[in-house]
Design a protein around this ligand. Structure first.
Ligand code: ZN
Length: 440
């Protein structure tokens, strides 16, 4: 089922490490001069540490430069960090912020070209070819996922169906009638589509889906297995964020042993999120990226808040580009429950190992007597189980016990009938945090 090893830009993707570093340094020197001249924020930042384009000599000099944070972007809303006048932009995207204004990102014509090459690279690395019929089930709009994949897949010559998200029965009809071979969706929506297909009396053999480029929400190995089984497809994951163009920063090759970072366009670093100190290869910390090719909205040492590790060892596919470990735990997703750090991916991994329950779940947080309460709601696969009290109770105990072993805290487990948790066409609403409303 694993697709063949393919390349989109083989020479670049398999470049020897010393050449990667040489190319990075050449591009970085240009970038420093570029932002020094064009972005007052960066001129100030560079001046504050006594760095000028003339003084910048080696890749190590990058470590002298202060980090750029999401707050810096927010403070300069909407165009304050842009290096080109708005007249030079050909596209604007935005990502929703948790508070108030969105993060606005812009692209020149050259940026769109680079970006689609980056996405083309990740699609081909995952096994996509010009023969594929690719259905994009991400919502189109300000979000970078749909249009990013759209242009990248067109660039390799695949046939793109811009189905967007929602209207699941129509999605399935298009898939079947047009012979869709590749889907782009969130893992939870890909799973939901398979449920609806089953309801309509269809099996995976009624479709030709062979490849899933899934993203925009976490996907544990257990979830990936369920999806591969449901569709008979090979699933890969990729990494990106709108501040760094969107998808295309890194992606899995067919060996799925980490995401190859496009190091000719980004310099990755891993730092201690608390102290800001640089960490070594293999040490887990916060990912930081410097963009080497962006024209409209370049970023120096941008803190992503995503936790990962870097691996520079050679990969079986022949790519020399460093690999970052899959990000399951976005720092922003971490929940603090009863003082314990909990990642939703930990809960998902536990739930998916238990046969009688489905991969649809919800984490509900409430507060009682000023104490956090964790409830995990999950659907059983067989609805008749709900009538067999002893079995139900045993299952409940089992889930509770397993969660306790992994999380170290007690959770209330509620078993629900199949399909009782709401499905969405985008990111699943896994977490309901009602702790602001304290009930005594
Ligand atoms: Zn590889």
């Amino acid at each position: 089922m694993r697709p063949e090893v393919r390349f989109y830009q083989k020479e670049l993707e398999t470049m020897p490490r010393d050449q990667i570093r040489e190319l990075q340094l050449t591009k970085l020197k240009k970038l420093i001069a570029y932002v020094y001249e064009r972005v007052p924020f960066y001129k100030e930042r560079l001046d504050s540490v006594g760095m000028t384009p003339e003084k910048f000599k080696s890749l190590d000099d990058l470590k002298e430069i202060p980090y750029t944070t999401k707050e810096d972007i927010r403070d300069h809303y909407p165009f304050g960090l842009f290096a080109v006048p708005t007249g030079d932009l050909v596209r604007i995207h935005a990502s929703s912020g948790t508070t108030g204004k969105p993060t606005v990102v812009g692209y020149t014509k050259g940026d769109l070209d680079t970006w689609s090459d980056l996405v083309a690279r990740l699609a081909v690395a995952a096994g996509a070819t010009e023969q594929d019929i690719a259905q994009i089930c991400f919502g189109y709009g300000l979000f970078t996922g749909a249009l990013g994949l759209h242009y990248g897949l067109e660039k390799i010559g695949a046939t793109v169906i811009p189905a967007s998200s929602g209207n699941t029965e129509k999605q399935l009809m298009l898939m079947q009638d047009l012979g869709t071979s590749l889907i782009v969706a969130t893992p939870s929506y890909a799973l939901y589509m398979s449920e609806v297909a089953r309801d309509l009396g269809k099996t995976k053999d009624d479709f030709k889906i062979r490849l899933g480029l899934l993203g925009s929400e976490g996907c544990t190995p257990e979830m990936r297995e369920k999806l591969e089984e449901a569709w008979g497809m090979f699933v890969t994951d990729n990494y990106g964020m709108s501040e760094l163009f969107g998808p295309g920063v890194a992606g899995e090759c067919v060996f799925r042993c980490g995401h190859h970072i496009a190091e000719d366009h980004y310099i990755p670093e891993v730092i201690d999120p608390k102290t800001g100190e640089s960490l070594n290869e293999g040490e887990k910390g916060e990912l930081v990226f410097t963009t080497l090719s962006k024209e409209a909205f370049p970023l120096l040492r941008y803190r992503t808040r995503d936790l990962s590790t870097l691996d520079y060892s050679p990969c079986a596919c022949g790519r020399t580009m460093a690999r970052m470990a899959k990000v399951n735990d976005r720092a922003d997703n971490m929940l603090k429950i009863k003082g314990v750090n909990v990642f939703p991916s930990q809960i998902e991994s536990v739930l998916l190992t238990i046969e009688q329950i489905s991969p649809n779940y919800q984490i509900v947080l409430t507060s009682k007597n000023y104490m956090d309460q964790l409830e995990v709601r999950v659907e059983v696969i067989d609805s008749t189980l709900l009538e067999r009290f002893a079995e139900l109770e045993a299952l409940q105990q089992n889930v509770r016990h397993k969660l306790h072993t992994v999380l170290g805290i007690d959770a209330k487990v509620t078993l629900l009938s199949p399909r009782s948790i709401e499905r969405t066409a985008g990111k699943a609403k896994r977490i309901v945090d009602q702790r602001g409303k304290n009930t005594i």
